[in-house]
Design a protein around this ligand. Structure first.
Ligand code: GLY
Length: 349
């Protein structure tokens, strides 16, 4: 117990004694349980994440029900989307940076072993979530970036491939031909509305019936980003976070806004203080708005970007909230896989 808690307890009991207050049993009772102490609770299979992960949540729950570890279930779930050329926000087919190069970010956490792994600006490998899991499993490091991350992946037998699909290359060429104020350089005057870039990501948080928890987030990041830019997805504590005693949370949307509040971690901390998952996400979003620089707020003080948080607690209760109305994907043993409406801090879009 810390000195400050000792001092608070001492002062509290001393004050009661000085006031002559004698509440039977109070002074003799053990101190009240701190709110950050997790209480035992029954758990049930659940997976929650971004709406583009509707196949992933079902797959993850099925794998966990067959006995697969929670991290494997989460990674196998998001891999389906990483390998899907039609999803231009993640893995293969993800939209490239301003130079036409696809750079992928991912991170993951395994609650039971308290380990994490992450990659940023990884080129040429379709499934960064698997590379993040290898870092978690086989190294004492957490984050590998760029060329080093690629060499690490190649050493495990990954094949280097062109991640641009014909469709994503065409989108990049069109953007390059029409670029102007739509690039990623922050050089617009304060009051001038900024052009929005395309973001896309998949986050997945899972819990099994033993209350074991894992999380993963993977993305190609902002389309047309400055080469080397890493968003929130590879940042443990921002793009995703797991505490096996409490729950997991992660994010999609404008990564820079999330990094400013360490949103994955903060959302789990809100749950630790007793908030339900959706309320925890909303509380994090209020901090996001408070930390948003004026140039990213409109005349009514509303962000000019979208950001979503998804969370599940140890009992398998899940939720989602976003700055503006959004959908999310969830699966549990009772309801199966569903696309649901998340809570929104602001109406409209
Ligand atoms: N949230 C994904 C990104 O900003 O890169």
């Amino acid at each position: 117990m810390s000195d400050s808690v000792n001092r608070r307890t001492f002062l509290g009991t001393a004050a009661l004694a000085a006031a002559g207050t004698t509440i039977p049993g109070l002074l003799a009772a053990s101190p009240p349980e701190a709110p950050w102490v997790a209480r035992p609770q029954a758990s049930k299979f659940a997976a929650v994440g971004s709406a583009n992960g509707i196949i992933s949540v079902r797959n993850a729950v099925e794998l966990m029900q067959r006995g697969r570890d929670t991290l494997d279930a989460a990674v196998e779930g998001v891999k389906i989307v990483e390998l899907d050329p039609a999803d231009d926000s993640v893995g293969y087919g993800g939209l490239p940076n301003e130079n036409g190069v696809v750079q992928l970010d991912a991170s993951c956490m395994h609650g039971p072993s308290k380990r994490a792994g992450a990659v940023a600006a990884l080129e040429g490998i379709k499934t960064p979530s698997e590379v993040a899991r290898l870092i978690l499993r086989y190294t004492n490091h957490i984050l590998l970036v760029g060329e080093g991350a690629k060499k690490f992946a190649l050493s495990y037998g990954f094949k280097e491939e062109d991640l641009l699909t014909p469709a994503s290359r065409e989108k990049w060429l069109r953007w390059r031909a029409n670029r102007g104020s739509g690039d990623s350089w922050v050089d617009v005057p304060d009051k001038q509305p900024i052009g929005m870039e395309h973001t896309g990501t998949i986050n997945l948080n899972v819990v099994n019936a033993k209350g074991e928890i894992s999380s993963v987030t993977t993305t190609s990041g902002l389309a047309w980003k400055i080469a080397g830019r890493a968003g929130d997805s590879p940042i443990v504590g921002a793009g995703q976070y797991t505490d096996n005693e409490i729950g997991a949370a992660g994010s999609t949307g404008l990564g820079e806004a999330n990094i400013m509040v360490c949103g994955g971690f903060l959302t789990v901390e809100h749950m630790r203080q007793g908030m339900a998952p959706t309320d925890a996400c909303l509380a994090t979003l209020r901090r996001v708005v408070a930390m948003t620089p004026p140039r990213l707020l409109d005349e009514r003080g509303r962000p000019r970007y979208q950001l979503q948080f998804y969370a599940v607690n140890k009992a398998g209760v899940y939720g989602c909230a976003a700055l503006f109305p959004t959908k999310y994907a969830a699966c549990d043993a009772t309801n199966g896989a569903r696309t649901l409406d998340g809570a929104a801090l602001f109406p409209g879009n």
